[in-house]
Design a protein around this ligand. Structure first.
Ligand code: HXC
Length: 514
């Protein structure tokens, strides 16, 4: 007779097989890792402690009484990434398609509760056919239990969703409530309704990949924040990203003692900006010249490219970067850019990550499309997010800072702690050409040579406002600095702000324009 220890080992082995070797092989053939292999790759070696590996469902309907799988289609537990505690769940598609039963949901909720009580990030690896159809409403209730916890945990612990297979129907709302969504190209998709329903309702013919694959959400919807070519690369990226975060909202991000900075970047930074103010340049080159070498992690790089967001490090310390991107649509702010920037600012503020803003913005994007889709409300999101943020905030104006967009982009008047401008900065209500056309309209019209007059008035306006000194005279910017001084200035600024303590007026919560 098997002794009890052997019996346990056998039970563990059974549990580790999930839905069986044949289904694991199928998963591999599709280019996907198994749920357990993913956990192993995500966490530090031998650090995983499983919770609930013998949990089974209690349903009897539609033949479920004859299908029992220890663990019930989701592996849950805790472990470490680079030595720091994280909680993880990994849905196992080989068990009833990773579908979410009452007990599967309870297992996820259990580790969410632990993550909240102990203040550590939650990472969910999603690979599921959705609600377990045989169980009906208890499965839907299970989803609601998870959504509720996602919402309660928002801003308390970092939450990351990794989509590594199907994620459809209402199931998409758990990832949507978390801070960052990763997707794997070709093998993952997310949609509220799949291609068949789409065809019935709107008569559109679309594949799963085109409708809700990694690229679609990276470029068109902005639902995901990071994409990867395969499971292995994706999990590596998750491991890397969490090194930028604190464990919870009461802590500061970790600060590696080692960092590298190539001094030659102090020279190259001055060569990025073209002489002609209408010629674009890549703001990411400027960002790279200021922060520690190889520390930039761009977020949503394929969505709303007119604004760049991401994490970086200054002498090892995590900062959040928000930058207008003159290389895309001249860096104009539109609906998508405002939404993208605002959500990022709020993450950084929630998790004590100082904000560094690089500004070169000609204004908000005009047009009926933008107005009718609500640029007013969406633009206000970015304004609100910056105004509300209490983390240290520094802005560097590299070139254009025009109109309302100047106010929005972390101006001092909405609470930024320091504003610096380069000598190339132009801080004005609008560009000189447009300004001259409006305020000298009559003179231009009445002139013998209107074109010449316009040019003359444009030059007059530019002389007065196309520089940072009017703003500096009023203290609207704190100093005009050379590009080569930027790194030293922002490092000194953030050091000065290290003990910043600012609280918002007492309230239940604000009412951000959603
Ligand atoms: C129970 C499910 C299941 C589900 C898949 N399976 N989805 N079992 N509930 N939701 C089982 C299948 O019966 C099969 O079992 C195994 O998982 C693998 O499924 P296949 O269909 O063979 O795999 P594949 O061809 O890769 O297709 C994957 C799939 C498809 C596209 C996800 O399975 C599918 O369409 N499933 C149903 C999706 C769905 O409609 N879910 C409900 C959505 S509504 P065997 O025994 O053969 O291996 C929802 C609401 C959430 O989720 C609401 C929250 C508010």
């Amino acid at each position: 007779m098997m002794n009890k220890n052997e019996d346990l080992i056998k039970r563990r082995e059974d549990s580790h097989l999930g839905g069986g070797q044949a289904r694991i092989d199928k998963q591999h053939q599709q280019g996907k890792l198994s749920a357990r292999e993913r956990v192993t790759l995500l966490l530090d070696e031998n650090s995983f402690n499983e919770i609930g590996q013998f949990v089974e469902h209690r349903a009897h309907t539609f033949g479920l009484d004859k299908q029992h799988f220890p663990g019930d289609g989701v592996i849950t537990g805790f472990g470490t990434i680079h030595g720091r505690l994280v909680y993880v769940f990994s849905q196992d598609f080989t068990v009833l398609g990773g579908s979410l039963s009452e007990t599967h949901a309870a297992k996820i909720c259990r580790i969410m509760d632990l993550a909240m009580k102990n203040g550590a990030p939650l990472i969910g690896l999603n690979d599921s056919g959705g609600a377990r159809i045989q169980e009906g409403v208890v499965s839907l209730a299970g989803y609601a239990d998870i959504f509720y916890r996602n919402t309660r945990a928002s801003g308390v612990i970092p939450q990351i969703s990794v989509i590594m297979g199907p994620c459809a129907g209402g199931a998409v709302y758990s990832p949507a409530l978390t801070d960052f969504v990763f997707m794997v190209e070709e093998t993952s998709y997310m949609f509220v309704t799949g291609p068949n329903v789409v065809k019935t309702v709107t008569h559109e013919e679309v594949t799963s990949e085109d409708l809700g694959g990694a690229k679609a959400h990276a470029e068109k919807s902005g639902v995901n924040h990071f994409i990867a070519a395969n499971d292995v690369e994706c999990l590596k990226k998750v491991r890397d990203l969490v090194t930028y975060f604190p464990q919870n909202a009461n802590e500061l991000p970790p600060r590696p003692s080692q960092f590298e900075f190539s001094e030659n970047k102090l020279t190259t930074i001055g060569q990025v900006m073209p002489d002609n103010i209408n010629v674009p340049y890549d703001m990411r080159k400027i960002v790279e010249c200021v922060i520690d070498d190889k520390s930039f992690r761009e977020v949503q790089e394929d969505f709303a490219k007119n604004i760049v967001i991401g994490f970086g490090r200054l002498e090892g310390k995590t900062i959040g970067i928000v930058a207008n991107q003159p290389a895309a649509m001249a860096g104009v702010l539109d609906i998508d850019a405002s939404r993208k920037g605002a959500r990022f600012v709020r993450f950084c503020d929630a998790f004590n990550i100082p904000l560094l803003v690089f500004e070169d913005v000609p204004g908000f994007l005009p047009g009926t499309d933008q107005e009718w889709r609500g640029i007013i409300t969406h633009g206000a999101k970015l304004l609100y997010a910056f105004s509300e943020a209490t983390v240290p905030r520094i802005t560097v104006i590299t070139r254009k800072a025009y109109g309302g967009a100047f106010d929005v982009m972390n101006s001092k008047n909405i609470g930024a702690d320091l504003n610096y401008a380069w000598p190339t900065a132009e801080i004005a209500v609008m560009g000189a050409k447009g300004a001259a056309e409006i305020i000298f309209k009559r003179e231009i019209a009445e002139a013998a040579n209107p074109e010449e007059k316009w040019k003359e008035k444009e030059a007059e306006y530019a002389d007065l406002f196309a520089n940072p000194y009017r703003a500096a005279e009023r203290g609207i910017v704190d100093d005009v600095i050379l590009p080569s001084e930027t790194r030293a200035k922002v490092i000194a600024g953030f050091k000065m702000l290290e003990n910043k303590a600012e609280t918002l007026p007492h309230k239940k919560h604000g009412n951000i324009p959603l």
